[in-house]
Write a protein that binds this ligand. Sequence first.
Ligand SMILES: *Cc1c(COP(=O)(O)O)cnc(C)c1O
Length: 381
Amino acid sequence: MKHLFTPGPVPLPHEVASSGARPMIGHRSEEFSALLLRLQNRLRDLLKSSGPVVLLPSSGTGALESMVENLLRPDDVVISVSCGQFGLRFREMASRMDCQIVSVDVPWGEAVAPEAIAEAVRVHPEARAILLTHNETSTGVINPIHSIASVLPKERPLLLVDVVSSLGVTPCLPEVWGVDALAGASQKGLLCPPGVGVVWLSPRAWEALESLGHPKSFYFDLLGYRDSMEHLQSPYTPPISLFYSLDAALALLAEHGYAKWWKERRRFAAAFAAGAEAMGLDLLVRQKRHRSPGVTAIKTPEAKRLKDALYGMGVEVAGGLGALKGQIVRVAHYTDMGWPEMCLILGSIYGAAKSAGLSVNAGFLDVAQRVWEEDAPCGKC
Ligand SMILES: *Cc1c(COP(=O)(O)O)cnc(C)c1O
């Protein structure tokens, strides 16, 4: 039996997979318009926003590129904040647009400090945008977007946030937080197969877009998507099967209750972290409050052997990216995992670590179980 613990794609809930197998419909039909309207409403509910949400036929990278293509222009000054590989990729996109990059770099494994960004904005008040990663999947850090937005002056650059690996698994509330643009994707916290990009813009960002005019990209022209959406249409043939899956996944999250879902994901992450540490393994992210609810990185010089040993027993996890290649193993926990899955992954890691020649301690399940019990849902939430 195979067990998928990669930070995207994630295992699909049954309803999500089976919804994707529904009979095909035409994308100029009333049935499709009804599906698009449902998706709009569900995403607005998740984001607590009344604005339009664009669905792109792309992975997360396409959604990010659409933000950059549409909202930035050559020579724009852009403050690019990075604490890992995905922050660097976002920067590279702006760099290829010939923007002038102001880099704010944070050591990998640490979160971004709001003051560092406030300082960059003070020095570069002319900047058009700030690029930020909410959940840095390459390290397992979650950044405090709300705190960052709240220390910035009222007159400030557009805040563009990569929520590819945070949307669904933790609150993403752009309107409440004062964010200007979000780019997300279907295959991580949204529990779907890969292939749908999600883009949301603030009224201020839509206005900026209107004054900038159409981007060079024809396919990723966000104004075109928004205009079509007003008629409940998609400008080009959309990935209809994936839309059905996304509809089912969003229904599942809403029915479960977002707050409860988010709490349960945090609970799993906390108990897993405690178990791994009790085994004697180091976590890359030292500060508990900066640990991601979706993905945990274990730091070990035997990362490759550990990952391969896990793979050999049917447990697929991810390795390190960029500068962390060969140094970490990343274990994702985006889906509805409970105590049985905790035992499976911790027990598998224990066995794999031993066979990879690492010295690990028993007794880790007791520690994980204590944290699991401490964090038990209270019934009210
Ligand atoms: C996965 C991921 C991406 C890239 O998304 P793709 O869907 O692989 O194109 C970008 N940013 C973050 C934070 C991610 O986790």
